[in-house]
Write a protein that binds this ligand. Structure first.
Ligand code: NAP
Length: 342
């Protein structure tokens, strides 16, 4: 394996050609240290893996708790270039993984329990006790669904409260029943449209009176006769914990203060995301919301040798294509950094 890698480095890796680092990478491998560990298997991590593998950097990608990332929980992705008829989120990441593996990326299923970025080499600890040493790390841990923060929400999760219409919308319990979607962004609109195939009516509860969603999604929602927007309203409680199932929601109008109840069999919460960056708290610089900061328009973080890509660093765009773009940049930055420092 060492020979193959060294050989391909000599022919294909511009950083190695320039700096003649093939012996050093061989040394790293002989010390059981990885060149690049990519944490996360969404569009960002998988694109980083494709680029790092094609640069003969022999990356190891750790999948994490949700292989494929959040995009696997959406239905058809209509805006990823190259798929004029759309592509299922799951199919998109499956193809990305096959592409990365074709060029030699290794994919390991496992959860990262802790990282120590103060050490050289860096240490990545997996659940179960395995520790991986890495010359460089690409953080691509994505983001998770934001919760309303209600006690009843937690108590009724998976008993009618869900964060994924694509995953759960077709369940028998929701068929021909009134359903509630909370949120006003593209995700909420997508969820509401999907649920029109199953529910008798879909109430879209939004805390303002205009949707945040893109106009194409907003138009589809507002023109769908099965979707009833409920403006200026927040959910204050999900009913009914005593019955251990969803029977309705309590609402408050934020403008008038009026309180009301709405019967429904399911509550689909789509109010945005929070970055999955707890592992890196106290180690990497982050903004107030927990997004990892990038330096000087690159994917470099506050620790040299650690790079970041995707929804865990991007609070603004959060698209599959922008995550993939950052994944590409992170692999190029990591390869350059290794060429100069390893
Ligand atoms: P988002 O754009 O941040 O929208 C979150 C929505 O939830 C907002 O309407 C927000 O209200 C509301 N909200 C937030 N916290 C709330 C709370 N505690 N209680 C009640 N409502 C709350 O998130 P997103 O819809 O998940 O979209 C994220 C990104 O992915 C966006 O860039 C979006 O364009 C993209 N996306 C694209 C597609 C697509 O192209 N097919 C599909 C899904 C998502 P306010 O409006 O008042 O802030």
């Amino acid at each position: 394996m060492e020979n193959i890698i060294t050989q391909s480095i000599q022919t294909r890796n511009p950083y190695e050609l320039k700096l003649g680092k093939e012996e050093k990478i061989s040394e790293l491998i002989s010390k059981s240290m990885e060149n690049i560990v990519i944490i996360g298997s969404g569009c960002a991590g998988l694109t980083a893996a494709i680029y790092a593998a094609r640069a003969s950097l022999n990356p190891l990608l750790i999948c994490g708790p949700s292989p494929g990332g959040l995009i696997t929980t959406t239905g058809v992705v209509e805006n990823f270039p190259g798929f004029p008829k759309g592509v299922e989120g799951f199919d998109l990441v499956t193809q990305m993984q096959a592409q990365a593996e074709r060029f030699g990326a290794r994919v390991e299923f496992g959860n990262v329990e802790a990282v120590d970025l103060s050490l050289k080499p860096f240490e990545v600890k997996l659940e179960g006790g395995k520790t991986i040493k890495a010359a460089s790390v690409i953080v691509a841990t994505g983001a998770s669904h934001r919760h309303l923060g209600l006690e009843s929400e937690t108590q009724l999760e998976k008993k009618g409260v869900t964060y994924c219409a694509t995953c759960d919308g077709a369940l028998p319990v929701f068929r021909n029943q009134p359903l509630v979607v909370v949120g006003g962004g593209d995700s909420a609109c997508e969820e509401a449209l999907h649920l029109t195939h199953f529910g008798s009516v879909v109430y879209l509860i939004h805390r303002r009176d205009t949707l945040r969603a893109s106009s194409i999604m907003a138009d589809r929602v507002l023109n769908n006769p099965k979707i009833k927007p409920v403006w200026d309203s927040v959910v204050t409680e999900i009913l009914d914990v005593a019955q251990n199932k969803v029977t309705g929601v309590k609402l408050k109008n934020v403008k008038t203060g009026a309180v009301s109840e709405l019967s429904c069999a399911g509550v689909f919460i789509a109010i945005g995301h929070i970055p999955n960056t707890k592992l890196f708290e106290g180690q990497l610089e982050m903004d107030e919301a927990g997004y990892i900061l990038r330096k000087n328009g690159t994917t470099a973080t506050s620790i040299p040798g650690v790079f970041v890509a995707g929804d865990c660093t991007d609070s603004r765009y959060r698209q599959a294509i922008t995550a993939a773009g950052l994944g590409c940049q992170a692999a190029l930055d990591a390869g350059r950094w290794m060429g100069e420092n390893c």
